[in-house]
Design a protein around this ligand. Structure first.
Ligand SMILES: [Zn+2]
Length: 836
């Protein structure tokens, strides 16, 4: 079917030209559907009308009340059942169903509340959100309900009998409960509730303050900049940083005025941070950051800081070069005042970028018609994952705006996977954000059938015009791919519980699938497949794609360095209290350490840092997701972006689990000769562990149980070792009880000690390991049970909980192993990020 149907527009008015030139700009059905205006789809008011998203009650705004009441009644029944049932796996199922009943209404309403064009629908949805929110608050303080779950996890035998996914979900639910202090005595619980309320208030006050315009007396500014701001009597009103203004003075004035410390906002932030700290301590954590990082990929504030420091070190040289380049540009344009200041980078880097790329962004548009891009996604997903996107005609009433398209996502052997509603076009009152909404999570129903996931992708693309389809800029195209990455996470996840469906995973993993899609969008082999001129069918010239990629690299280090600074600031603010310094002092020190441009006295940027509210202690997430996505790209797709085996593995090991598995990564490598780079992953891990091992006198006892499990699981799966250069020793890791039972047919050389091995590798030998049937394995509590009884350890390994040092299992893309020198695997992790 693919490619069989011609673009309808082409069949119409342009037939003559088409015939003469023999070019066929043929789109797949998906491409065609997105390149034509929907026609003859007037909202049919009298026909068989369905409700929004096919939910029958949602034909009219009043339906939200019905849906919400139904959900609340169902909740009551489920709560009663959960409380009366003896604790077991069934408890977790009931919790998930309970959560599903509420989320199905709340998530849908949450979307409709902001996206529906009709006020009546928006208001009804808002009301539904509120009442379900209240119900959830109540449930969170239902001690009986909490105890039914707590009993399950407290009973070691019962807890160990749960499969890893069920156990993880149970723990996540328990964690949600304990945030509100339900496990505390009455006094403390009341205090936790108070703190939560206070934090909520402070958060919204702070958020409001981050946008507040600042008035300054006009005479303080040179007259020539007045007209860049709103003038009110004797004052100018500054409502933003004017980061792109060409006049240096305008940017400087905006920076200094907009960031002038507001005493109220300063106090609000201090209070917010100290209340968060109090709450975290009350419910049993060392700091707010410790609490926020529970269950994330990074796991602890120490790891995050380590990650940021390493990343910053790796970046600093390139950042300096970027700053140098910007300074040069400033010197050229403004020789009297060429010192680079914090208000300069956005403007000068965009100048440099424009100078370098020499292709005007508009030139890409005709090659990136929306239909072509959708076509590209369809082809890519088909070849990589066996998935196709099929356009379906929504029933009357099913969608909220006429131009919303509905896609069924169909797998070649598994059939229908779920639905994506594409709300792509601008319209009045639509929020200006590109994002992915989960409307319904996937889960196994009680009768064994699978509840298919439903999501919405929201973009803000221009409407097609009369004579052309919607044409995307490169940035819009990248965003489309990005959002589709989220959608695929939702569609391809096959979790038993909706609580961990698709994108409902730790924050620092959530952007991995979407950022990975950006790599595809920037790869010529992929772009070439779909970027065709919508009129002529001509392919996008390779040089234009490479110039695009080049221009993205311009000043990228400086951009990332700024993000590192913000992330570090977020960590420090949410770290141990009391800090003994005000937030501005912390900002100044952190800016000096992590950014490289001077702090400007009399400013307080942190007061505009709105993400402190939503991302508290997790602002690093994007950087870390990026690091992981970059690793996946290099290990799995760089060589061949259409590699089906790699795509399947990616699905099996990452997407399929949603948030149901700890996203610690390990990329599989099949044994073959010679071994690929992908199989050096275990080496990195082993070296990291070795570094830890040999740093202390008693090697064995220094291994935490997670690490012990990791090494054990690794060793048993290593099937061959491939050694290049003159390093011909094969080692046995005898001393710590590590052995490689499956290591056969590898030429044995001199046995060497692990210390020796590490030293050799540190100086640049290339050793790879081959793993058989390796897969991502969670290094977490759920899978420790087998080790507990394992004879392999001779009973000497301490299995008790120890600090989980092992956080990332990463693969190495090069043959350098800086990791063994420092004993830290994070070195490699950041390498990957900065080598791009
Ligand atoms: Zn995203």
């Amino acid at each position: 079917m693919r490619g069989a149907m011609l673009c309808a527009r082409r069949l119409g008015g342009l037939r003559a030209r088409l015939g003469a030139r023999q070019v066929s700009t043929s789109w797949s059905p998906v491409g065609a559907a997105f390149n034509v205006r929907p026609q003859g789809r007037r909202l049919d008011l009298f026909g068989e009308r369905q409700g929004l998203f096919g939910v029958p009650t949602l034909r009219a705004p009043e339906g939200f009340r019905v849906a919400q009441e139904r959900a609340l009644r169902r909740t009551e029944q489920l709560v009663a059942r959960a409380c009366s049932l003896p604790p077991g796996p069934q408890t977790v199922l009931l919790f998930d169903e309970l959560s599903d009943a509420l989320c199905r209404v709340a998530d849908l309403a949450d979307f409709v509340r902001i996206a529906h064009p009709e006020a009546a629908f928006r208001e009804a949805a808002e009301e539904a959100c509120r009442s379900i929110g209240t119900a959830v608050e109540k449930l969170n303080t239902n001690v009986e309900l909490y105890q039914s779950l707590q009993k399950l996890l407290a009973d070691e035998r019962l807890a160990n009998s749960l499969d890893p996914e069920t156990r993880r979900v149970a723990e996540l639910f328990l964690f949600d409960f304990e945030i509100s202090g339900i496990h505390l005595d009455n006094d403390k619980r009341r205090r936790a509730v108070d703190l939560n309320v206070k934090i909520l208030d402070l958060s919204s006050t702070f958020l409001m303050g981050t946008n507040l315009p600042v008035k300054a007396e006009k005479h303080l500014l040179p007259e020539r900049v007045w007209h860049h701001f709103e003038v009110a009597g004797d004052h100018v009103v500054v409502d933003g940083l004017r980061a792109e203004a060409p006049d240096d003075l305008v940017r400087e004035a905006a920076y200094k005025i907009f960031l002038y410390p507001n005493a109220g906002q300063l106090k609000c932030l201090e209070e917010l941070l100290s209340n968060r700290d109090l709450l975290a301590k009350l419910v049993g954590y060392e700091s707010f950051s410790h609490r926020a990082l529970q269950g994330t990929m990074a796991r602890s504030p120490e790891t995050v800081m380590q990650f940021l420091e390493k990343l910053s070190d790796k970046l600093s040289e390139r950042t300096m070069k970027d700053f140098e380049m910007m300074r040069g540009m400033k010197m050229k344009l403004n020789p009297q005042n060429s010192e680079l200041m914090p208000w300069d980078p956005p403007y000068y880097s965009s100048l440099i970028r424009a100078e370098r790329s020499s292709v005007e962004p508009g030139a890409y548009g005709p090659f990136f018609s929306l239909g072509a891009c959708m076509d590209g996604l369809d082809v890519l997903l088909g070849r990589l994952l066996g998935v196709s996107l099929r356009v379906q005609q929504p029933a009357p009433g099913e969608v909220w705006a006429q131009d919303v398209r509905k896609l069924a996502v169909v797998h070649e052997s598994e059939g229908l996977l779920g639905y994506i509603y594409c709300d792509f076009f601008q319209r009045a009152d639509k929020p200006h954000q590109d994002c992915h909404f989960t409307i319904r999570g996937g889960r196994v129903r009680e009768d064994g059938s699978y509840q298919l996931p439903v999501v919405v992708l929201m973009l803000n693309l221009p409407q097609p015009s009369r004579d052309s389809p919607t044409l995307l800029t490169p940035g819009m195209m990248e965003n489309l791919f990005h959002e589709m990455g989220h959608a695929m996470h939702s569609m391809l996840g096959r979790t038993r519980y909706q609580h961990v469906t698709g994108t409902r995973c730790p924050t620092d993993f959530a952007e991995v699938p979407s950022i990975l899609m950006e790599y595809f969008a920037a790869d010529y082999r992929v772009v070439q497949q779909f970027a065709r001129h919508y009129q002529t069918g001509q392919s996008l010239p390779r040089s234009m794609v490479s110039r695009l990629c080049e221009s993205k690299k311009v000043c990228a280090a400086a951009d990332m360095q700024l993000q590192v600074f913000y992330a570090a600031l977020d960590q420090l603010y949410h770290g141990p209290h009391p800090r003994g310094r005000c937030t501005t002092d912390v900002l100044r020190a952190t800016q000096e350490r992590f950014y490289g441009l001077p702090y400007v006295p009399g400013t307080a940027w942190q007061l505009r840092f709105s993400h402190l509210v939503g991302y508290g202690a997790k602002y690093y997430s994007y950087l870390m997701s990026r690091a992981v996505a970059s690793m996946v790209w290099r290990e799995c797709f760089l060589q061949d972006p259409f590699n089906r085996a790699a795509g399947e593995r990616y699905r099996r090991e990452m997407l399929a689990h949603g948030g149901g598995k700890e996203p610690l990564l390990m990329v599989e490598g099949e044994p073959r000769e010679p071994l690929s780079r992908a199989s050096s992953a275990p080496l990195v891990l082993l070296l990291a562990l070795a570094g830890k091992l040999f740093a202390v006198p008693s090697a064995q006892s220094s291994l935490g149980r997670d690490e012990a499990l990791a090494v054990h699981s690794l060793c048993t799966r290593i099937h061959c070792v491939h050694i290049t250069r003159s390093f011909s020793h094969l080692f046995t890791w005898a001393i710590s009880g590590f052995s490689f039972p499956n290591l056969t047919n590898t030429p044995l050389g001199n046995t060497t000690s692990p210390q020796h091995l590490c030293r050799e590798m540190a100086i640049g030998y290339n050793v790879s390991f081959g793993l058989k049937n390796a897969s991502l394995f969670p290094v977490g509590k759920p899978c420790c049970a087998p080790v507990r009884n394992s004879k392999a350890w001779g009973g000497v390994l301490p299995i008790e909980q120890s600090e989980p040092n092992l956080v990332f299992l990463v693969t190495c893309h090069r043959t350098c192993f800086p990791v063994s020198r420092s004993g830290s695997f994070l070195g490699v992790f950041t390498d990957i990020l900065t080598v791009e």
